[in-house]
Design a protein around this ligand. Structure first.
Ligand SMILES: Nc1ncnc2c1ncn2[C@@H]1O[C@H](COP(=O)(O)OP(=O)(O)OP(=O)(O)O)[C@@H](O)[C@H]1O
Length: 348
Protein backbone atom coordinates (compact mmCIF):
# COMPACT_ATOMS: atom_id res chain seq x y z
CA UNK A 1 0.00 0.00 0.00
CA UNK A 2 1.26 3.50 -0.87
CA UNK A 3 2.15 5.54 2.17
CA UNK A 4 -0.17 8.58 2.42
CA UNK A 5 2.03 10.63 4.79
CA UNK A 6 2.45 14.34 3.86
CA UNK A 7 -0.25 14.15 1.20
CA UNK A 8 -2.35 17.29 1.16
CA UNK A 9 -3.54 18.28 -2.31
CA UNK A 10 -5.04 21.55 -1.01
CA UNK A 11 -1.95 22.57 0.91
CA UNK A 12 -1.43 26.36 1.03
CA UNK A 13 2.24 25.52 0.68
CA UNK A 14 2.79 25.00 -3.04
CA UNK A 15 6.54 24.37 -3.05
CA UNK A 16 8.57 23.23 -0.09
CA UNK A 17 12.10 21.98 -0.39
CA UNK A 18 14.20 20.69 2.49
CA UNK A 19 17.95 20.30 2.22
CA UNK A 20 17.67 20.24 -1.57
CA UNK A 21 21.11 19.60 -3.01
CA UNK A 22 22.51 18.88 -6.45
CA UNK A 23 26.13 18.07 -7.12
CA UNK A 24 27.54 17.79 -10.64
CA UNK A 25 30.70 15.84 -9.87
CA UNK A 26 32.50 17.86 -7.24
CA UNK A 27 30.58 21.04 -8.05
CA UNK A 28 27.66 21.79 -5.75
CA UNK A 29 25.19 23.57 -8.03
CA UNK A 30 22.52 23.71 -5.31
CA UNK A 31 23.41 23.28 -1.66
CA UNK A 32 21.00 22.49 1.16
CA UNK A 33 18.17 24.65 -0.13
CA UNK A 34 15.08 25.18 2.03
CA UNK A 35 12.42 27.03 0.05
CA UNK A 36 8.83 27.72 0.90
CA UNK A 37 6.40 29.10 -1.68
CA UNK A 38 2.79 29.70 -0.65
CA UNK A 39 -0.36 29.63 -2.77
CA UNK A 40 -0.85 32.96 -4.62
CA UNK A 41 2.77 34.03 -4.21
CA UNK A 42 4.74 35.64 -6.96
CA UNK A 43 7.96 34.27 -5.62
CA UNK A 44 11.18 35.80 -6.89
CA UNK A 45 14.15 33.47 -7.12
CA UNK A 46 17.16 35.71 -7.47
CA UNK A 47 20.75 34.94 -8.15
CA UNK A 48 23.65 35.76 -10.45
CA UNK A 49 24.65 33.55 -13.36
CA UNK A 50 25.58 30.06 -12.26
CA UNK A 51 24.02 30.38 -8.80
CA UNK A 52 21.81 27.34 -9.31
CA UNK A 53 18.44 28.80 -10.32
CA UNK A 54 17.88 26.70 -13.43
CA UNK A 55 19.11 23.56 -11.71
CA UNK A 56 16.58 24.17 -8.92
CA UNK A 57 13.75 24.68 -11.39
CA UNK A 58 14.79 21.52 -13.25
CA UNK A 59 14.73 19.60 -9.97
CA UNK A 60 11.26 20.98 -9.17
CA UNK A 61 10.08 19.69 -12.55
CA UNK A 62 11.71 16.30 -12.10
CA UNK A 63 14.11 16.92 -15.00
CA UNK A 64 17.16 16.63 -12.74
CA UNK A 65 17.40 14.18 -9.87
CA UNK A 66 18.50 15.78 -6.58
CA UNK A 67 21.65 14.45 -4.93
CA UNK A 68 19.99 14.95 -1.54
CA UNK A 69 16.97 16.55 0.07
CA UNK A 70 13.28 16.51 -0.67
CA UNK A 71 10.70 18.43 -2.68
CA UNK A 72 7.04 18.73 -1.84
CA UNK A 73 4.69 20.19 -4.41
CA UNK A 74 1.08 20.97 -3.44
CA UNK A 75 1.78 19.14 -0.19
CA UNK A 76 2.81 15.93 -1.92
CA UNK A 77 6.18 14.26 -2.19
CA UNK A 78 7.32 15.16 -5.72
CA UNK A 79 9.44 12.05 -6.26
CA UNK A 80 6.50 9.74 -5.51
CA UNK A 81 3.75 11.62 -7.34
CA UNK A 82 5.54 13.29 -10.24
CA UNK A 83 3.16 12.16 -13.00
CA UNK A 84 0.08 13.40 -11.08
CA UNK A 85 1.80 16.66 -10.14
CA UNK A 86 3.21 17.71 -13.51
CA UNK A 87 -0.18 18.54 -15.12
CA UNK A 88 -0.64 21.10 -12.33
CA UNK A 89 2.53 22.93 -13.39
CA UNK A 90 3.29 25.16 -16.37
CA UNK A 91 6.86 26.21 -17.07
CA UNK A 92 9.11 28.25 -19.28
CA UNK A 93 12.73 27.15 -19.06
CA UNK A 94 15.24 28.87 -21.27
CA UNK A 95 13.97 29.73 -24.80
CA UNK A 96 11.02 27.49 -25.62
CA UNK A 97 11.00 25.86 -29.04
CA UNK A 98 8.18 26.71 -31.41
CA UNK A 99 7.73 25.97 -35.13
CA UNK A 100 8.99 29.07 -36.97
CA UNK A 101 6.72 28.71 -40.00
CA UNK A 102 3.54 28.00 -38.05
CA UNK A 103 1.47 30.88 -36.71
CA UNK A 104 1.31 31.65 -33.01
CA UNK A 105 -2.19 30.18 -32.97
CA UNK A 106 -1.12 26.96 -34.69
CA UNK A 107 1.86 26.63 -32.37
CA UNK A 108 -0.54 26.86 -29.42
CA UNK A 109 -2.74 24.22 -31.10
CA UNK A 110 0.27 21.90 -31.26
CA UNK A 111 0.98 22.49 -27.56
CA UNK A 112 -2.70 21.90 -26.75
CA UNK A 113 -2.69 18.58 -28.62
CA UNK A 114 0.55 17.50 -26.93
CA UNK A 115 -0.97 18.40 -23.57
CA UNK A 116 -3.96 16.17 -24.24
CA UNK A 117 -6.50 18.93 -24.91
CA UNK A 118 -8.77 17.47 -27.64
CA UNK A 119 -9.35 19.60 -30.73
CA UNK A 120 -12.80 21.15 -30.88
CA UNK A 121 -14.79 24.15 -29.77
CA UNK A 122 -13.61 23.99 -26.15
CA UNK A 123 -10.01 23.96 -27.29
CA UNK A 124 -10.67 26.88 -29.68
CA UNK A 125 -12.33 28.85 -26.89
CA UNK A 126 -9.34 28.22 -24.62
CA UNK A 127 -6.93 29.31 -27.36
CA UNK A 128 -8.91 32.54 -27.83
CA UNK A 129 -8.86 33.16 -24.12
CA UNK A 130 -5.10 32.64 -23.94
CA UNK A 131 -4.39 34.80 -26.98
CA UNK A 132 -6.42 37.62 -25.45
CA UNK A 133 -4.60 37.24 -22.14
CA UNK A 134 -1.17 37.41 -23.77
CA UNK A 135 -2.33 40.20 -26.08
CA UNK A 136 -1.55 38.32 -29.28
CA UNK A 137 -5.05 38.01 -30.76
CA UNK A 138 -4.31 40.55 -33.49
CA UNK A 139 -1.12 38.74 -34.53
CA UNK A 140 -2.31 35.18 -33.86
CA UNK A 141 -2.20 34.20 -37.51
CA UNK A 142 1.27 35.62 -38.23
CA UNK A 143 4.15 33.18 -38.53
CA UNK A 144 6.07 32.72 -35.29
CA UNK A 145 9.32 33.72 -37.01
CA UNK A 146 7.87 37.19 -37.58
CA UNK A 147 7.27 37.74 -33.88
CA UNK A 148 9.39 40.07 -31.77
CA UNK A 149 11.21 38.54 -28.80
CA UNK A 150 8.58 40.00 -26.47
CA UNK A 151 5.79 38.36 -28.50
CA UNK A 152 7.69 35.06 -28.46
CA UNK A 153 8.01 35.20 -24.70
CA UNK A 154 4.33 36.03 -24.33
CA UNK A 155 3.47 33.09 -26.56
CA UNK A 156 5.66 30.89 -24.36
CA UNK A 157 3.75 32.07 -21.30
CA UNK A 158 0.49 31.42 -23.15
CA UNK A 159 1.66 27.87 -23.88
CA UNK A 160 2.56 27.36 -20.22
CA UNK A 161 -0.91 28.57 -19.18
CA UNK A 162 -2.86 26.54 -21.72
CA UNK A 163 -3.76 23.67 -19.41
CA UNK A 164 -4.70 26.10 -16.63
CA UNK A 165 -1.94 24.97 -14.24
CA UNK A 166 -1.89 26.13 -10.63
CA UNK A 167 1.85 26.71 -10.49
CA UNK A 168 3.89 28.54 -13.13
CA UNK A 169 7.68 28.23 -13.12
CA UNK A 170 9.37 30.95 -15.15
CA UNK A 171 13.13 30.87 -15.69
CA UNK A 172 14.35 34.37 -16.59
CA UNK A 173 11.19 35.24 -18.57
CA UNK A 174 12.32 38.79 -19.36
CA UNK A 175 15.81 37.85 -20.52
CA UNK A 176 16.75 39.82 -23.62
CA UNK A 177 13.52 41.84 -23.75
CA UNK A 178 13.52 45.59 -24.32
CA UNK A 179 11.91 47.83 -21.66
CA UNK A 180 8.49 47.65 -23.36
CA UNK A 181 8.71 43.85 -23.54
CA UNK A 182 9.75 43.66 -19.89
CA UNK A 183 6.83 45.88 -18.95
CA UNK A 184 4.32 43.75 -20.88
CA UNK A 185 5.64 40.55 -19.33
CA UNK A 186 5.57 42.08 -15.86
CA UNK A 187 1.94 43.16 -16.26
CA UNK A 188 1.03 39.67 -17.43
CA UNK A 189 2.77 38.00 -14.51
CA UNK A 190 1.06 40.37 -12.10
CA UNK A 191 -2.37 39.16 -13.30
CA UNK A 192 -1.64 35.51 -12.58
CA UNK A 193 -2.37 35.37 -8.81
CA UNK A 194 -5.83 36.86 -9.49
CA UNK A 195 -6.40 33.81 -11.68
CA UNK A 196 -5.52 31.54 -8.74
CA UNK A 197 -1.97 30.87 -9.92
CA UNK A 198 1.23 30.72 -7.94
CA UNK A 199 4.31 32.00 -9.75
CA UNK A 200 7.91 31.00 -9.18
CA UNK A 201 10.04 33.43 -11.13
CA UNK A 202 13.80 33.20 -11.46
CA UNK A 203 15.72 36.27 -12.48
CA UNK A 204 18.92 38.17 -12.10
CA UNK A 205 16.99 41.38 -12.74
CA UNK A 206 16.69 42.55 -9.19
CA UNK A 207 14.58 45.58 -9.92
CA UNK A 208 12.09 43.40 -11.78
CA UNK A 209 11.69 41.11 -8.81
CA UNK A 210 11.22 44.09 -6.54
CA UNK A 211 8.40 45.38 -8.75
CA UNK A 212 6.50 42.19 -9.35
CA UNK A 213 7.10 39.72 -6.50
CA UNK A 214 5.68 39.54 -3.00
CA UNK A 215 8.29 37.08 -1.68
CA UNK A 216 11.87 36.50 -2.58
CA UNK A 217 14.75 34.10 -2.07
CA UNK A 218 18.30 35.11 -2.89
CA UNK A 219 20.71 32.47 -4.04
CA UNK A 220 24.47 32.63 -4.51
CA UNK A 221 26.75 29.76 -5.50
CA UNK A 222 23.96 27.32 -4.70
CA UNK A 223 23.39 28.69 -1.18
CA UNK A 224 20.26 30.40 0.05
CA UNK A 225 21.31 33.78 1.39
CA UNK A 226 17.95 35.24 2.22
CA UNK A 227 14.23 34.42 2.12
CA UNK A 228 11.47 36.80 3.15
CA UNK A 229 8.72 39.03 1.89
CA UNK A 230 9.88 41.78 -0.45
CA UNK A 231 8.10 44.24 1.84
CA UNK A 232 10.16 43.13 4.84
CA UNK A 233 13.25 43.57 2.79
CA UNK A 234 12.30 47.03 1.62
CA UNK A 235 11.25 48.29 5.04
CA UNK A 236 14.88 49.09 5.47
CA UNK A 237 14.40 51.72 2.78
CA UNK A 238 12.41 53.90 5.14
CA UNK A 239 15.35 54.61 7.40
CA UNK A 240 17.14 57.82 8.19
CA UNK A 241 20.81 57.40 9.01
CA UNK A 242 22.46 59.94 11.31
CA UNK A 243 26.19 60.25 11.94
CA UNK A 244 27.74 62.51 14.56
CA UNK A 245 31.28 63.89 14.53
CA UNK A 246 32.64 62.25 17.66
CA UNK A 247 32.00 59.24 19.87
CA UNK A 248 31.09 61.54 22.76
CA UNK A 249 28.48 63.28 20.62
CA UNK A 250 27.19 59.89 19.52
CA UNK A 251 26.74 58.85 23.15
CA UNK A 252 24.91 62.09 23.96
CA UNK A 253 22.78 61.76 20.84
CA UNK A 254 21.86 58.17 21.67
CA UNK A 255 20.77 59.17 25.18
CA UNK A 256 18.84 62.18 23.90
CA UNK A 257 17.08 60.25 21.14
CA UNK A 258 16.02 57.61 23.67
CA UNK A 259 14.70 60.34 25.93
CA UNK A 260 12.81 61.96 23.05
CA UNK A 261 11.25 58.66 22.03
CA UNK A 262 9.78 58.31 25.53
CA UNK A 263 8.64 61.91 25.71
CA UNK A 264 7.47 64.20 22.92
CA UNK A 265 8.66 62.18 19.90
CA UNK A 266 7.29 58.64 20.15
CA UNK A 267 7.86 58.25 16.38
CA UNK A 268 11.55 57.88 17.27
CA UNK A 269 10.86 54.55 18.97
CA UNK A 270 12.75 52.39 16.47
CA UNK A 271 16.41 53.39 16.47
CA UNK A 272 19.39 51.10 15.95
CA UNK A 273 23.05 51.76 16.56
CA UNK A 274 25.04 50.46 13.62
CA UNK A 275 28.31 50.94 11.80
CA UNK A 276 28.44 52.30 8.28
CA UNK A 277 30.74 50.94 5.56
CA UNK A 278 33.62 53.11 6.89
CA UNK A 279 33.19 51.77 10.43
CA UNK A 280 31.63 54.99 11.74
CA UNK A 281 29.02 54.72 14.41
CA UNK A 282 25.61 55.74 13.03
CA UNK A 283 21.98 55.70 14.13
CA UNK A 284 19.43 54.10 11.82
CA UNK A 285 16.03 55.56 12.56
CA UNK A 286 12.91 53.96 11.15
CA UNK A 287 11.18 57.05 9.86
CA UNK A 288 10.35 58.67 6.55
CA UNK A 289 12.77 61.14 4.98
CA UNK A 290 10.33 63.95 5.82
CA UNK A 291 11.49 63.65 9.44
CA UNK A 292 15.12 64.48 8.61
CA UNK A 293 14.88 68.22 9.26
CA UNK A 294 12.93 67.58 12.46
CA UNK A 295 15.66 65.27 13.74
CA UNK A 296 18.35 67.81 12.86
CA UNK A 297 16.42 70.59 14.64
CA UNK A 298 15.72 68.49 17.76
CA UNK A 299 19.40 67.58 18.11
CA UNK A 300 20.53 71.15 17.45
CA UNK A 301 18.43 72.32 20.40
CA UNK A 302 20.89 70.33 22.56
CA UNK A 303 23.88 71.62 20.57
CA UNK A 304 24.28 68.26 18.89
CA UNK A 305 25.09 69.06 15.27
CA UNK A 306 24.90 66.15 12.87
CA UNK A 307 27.88 65.42 10.64
CA UNK A 308 25.76 63.58 8.14
CA UNK A 309 22.09 62.68 7.74
CA UNK A 310 20.65 60.74 4.82
CA UNK A 311 17.89 58.39 3.86
CA UNK A 312 19.04 54.85 3.42
CA UNK A 313 18.24 53.90 -0.14
CA UNK A 314 18.45 50.19 -0.04
CA UNK A 315 16.74 48.09 -2.65
CA UNK A 316 17.10 44.48 -3.59
CA UNK A 317 20.13 45.30 -5.67
CA UNK A 318 21.96 46.83 -2.71
CA UNK A 319 20.96 43.97 -0.48
CA UNK A 320 21.99 41.41 -3.05
CA UNK A 321 25.41 43.00 -3.47
CA UNK A 322 25.72 43.25 0.27
CA UNK A 323 24.82 39.60 0.84
CA UNK A 324 27.10 38.35 -1.88
CA UNK A 325 29.75 40.81 -0.75
CA UNK A 326 30.31 42.13 -4.25
CA UNK A 327 30.26 45.63 -2.82
CA UNK A 328 30.68 47.04 0.68
CA UNK A 329 27.53 47.43 2.69
CA UNK A 330 26.09 50.82 3.47
CA UNK A 331 25.36 49.65 6.99
CA UNK A 332 25.32 46.58 9.16
CA UNK A 333 22.61 44.04 8.41
CA UNK A 334 20.81 43.65 11.69
CA UNK A 335 17.64 42.38 10.05
CA UNK A 336 19.24 39.99 7.62
CA UNK A 337 18.73 36.34 8.38
CA UNK A 338 21.52 33.81 8.26
CA UNK A 339 24.57 36.10 8.31
CA UNK A 340 26.69 32.96 8.53
CA UNK A 341 25.38 32.02 5.09
CA UNK A 342 26.14 35.49 3.81
CA UNK A 343 29.76 34.88 4.81
CA UNK A 344 29.92 32.12 2.26
CA UNK A 345 29.84 34.72 -0.47
CA UNK A 346 33.03 36.27 0.86
CA UNK A 347 35.38 33.68 -0.49
CA UNK A 348 35.07 33.73 -4.23
N1 LIG B 1 24.41 19.39 -16.51
C1 LIG B 1 25.37 20.01 -15.83
N2 LIG B 1 26.59 19.43 -15.68
C2 LIG B 1 27.56 20.03 -14.97
N3 LIG B 1 27.42 21.23 -14.35
C3 LIG B 1 26.24 21.85 -14.47
C4 LIG B 1 25.16 21.28 -15.20
N4 LIG B 1 24.10 22.12 -15.14
C5 LIG B 1 24.52 23.18 -14.40
N5 LIG B 1 25.79 23.02 -13.99
C6 LIG B 1 26.56 23.94 -13.16
O1 LIG B 1 25.81 24.19 -11.99
C7 LIG B 1 25.94 25.56 -11.61
C8 LIG B 1 24.56 26.20 -11.53
O2 LIG B 1 24.05 26.33 -12.86
P1 LIG B 1 22.58 26.86 -13.15
O3 LIG B 1 22.39 26.83 -14.63
O4 LIG B 1 21.61 26.16 -12.31
O5 LIG B 1 22.70 28.37 -12.64
P2 LIG B 1 21.75 29.60 -12.97
O6 LIG B 1 21.64 30.36 -11.70
O7 LIG B 1 20.50 29.14 -13.61
O8 LIG B 1 22.62 30.41 -14.00
P3 LIG B 1 22.16 31.28 -15.28
O9 LIG B 1 21.50 32.51 -14.75
O10 LIG B 1 23.46 31.57 -15.95
O11 LIG B 1 21.26 30.41 -16.09
C9 LIG B 1 26.87 26.20 -12.62
O12 LIG B 1 28.17 26.19 -12.09
C10 LIG B 1 26.77 25.28 -13.82
O13 LIG B 1 27.95 25.30 -14.57
Amino acid sequence: MVEQRNVDPDSPCIIQTAGLTKAFGVRLAVDDLDLKVMRGDIFGFLGPNGSGKTTTIRMLLGLVRPTAGSIQLFGQEQSQHLSQLLPRIGAIIETPVFYPYLSGLDNLRVVALRSGIPAGSRCDARLDEILTLIDLSARAKDAYRKYSLGMKQRLALGAALLTDPELILLDEPTNGLDPAGVHEMRELIRCLPQMGKTVFLSSHLLYEIQLVCNRVAILNEGHLLYQSTVQELLQREAQIVVRMNTHTESEQTWAYLQHLSQQEASWLHDIKREQDAQGNEVFAINASSARSSEITALLAQKHLYVAEIYQRRENLEDLFLQLTNMQGPSSSTANVRAPEDAQLGLHK
